[in-house]
Write a protein that binds this ligand. Structure first.
Ligand SMILES: [Zn+2]
Length: 96
């Protein structure tokens, strides 16, 4: 049997790896300090491609709209091997 050390809390891991963690407010503050043209470029980049279709958190592929008994929902494109669903009201449901 292989021994696996318990995982480090993410904050400790970040310090060890030299990664600076930012929360939402920290990221917004960083963006606010950028020049206007850099903010505009970032905005264009953020809205590139299909940003209105959610991505399956398990597979990383775009989800598809499906019809269920009680209405439409986002379902993983890899169904039935992946059963991740996302309600149109943005509640994530994972059935394994
Ligand atoms: Zn999936």
């Amino acid at each position: 049997m292989r021994f696996c050390p318990p995982p480090l809390p993410v904050q400790d891991y970040a310090v060890e790896a030299g990664i600076q963690l930012l929360d939402g407010a920290g990221i917004a503050e960083r963006i606010r300090t950028l020049d206007a043209d850099k903010q505009a470029k970032l905005l264009l980049r953020a809205f590139e491609g299909d940003y209105q279709t959610p991505t399956c958190a398990a597979c990383g592929v775009k989800m598809v709209e499906r019809q269920g008994k009680v209405g439409s929902f986002w379902g993983c494109r890899n169904y039935p091997s992946c059963r991740v669903k996302l309600a149109r009201a943005n509640a994530l449901t994972m059935a394994v």
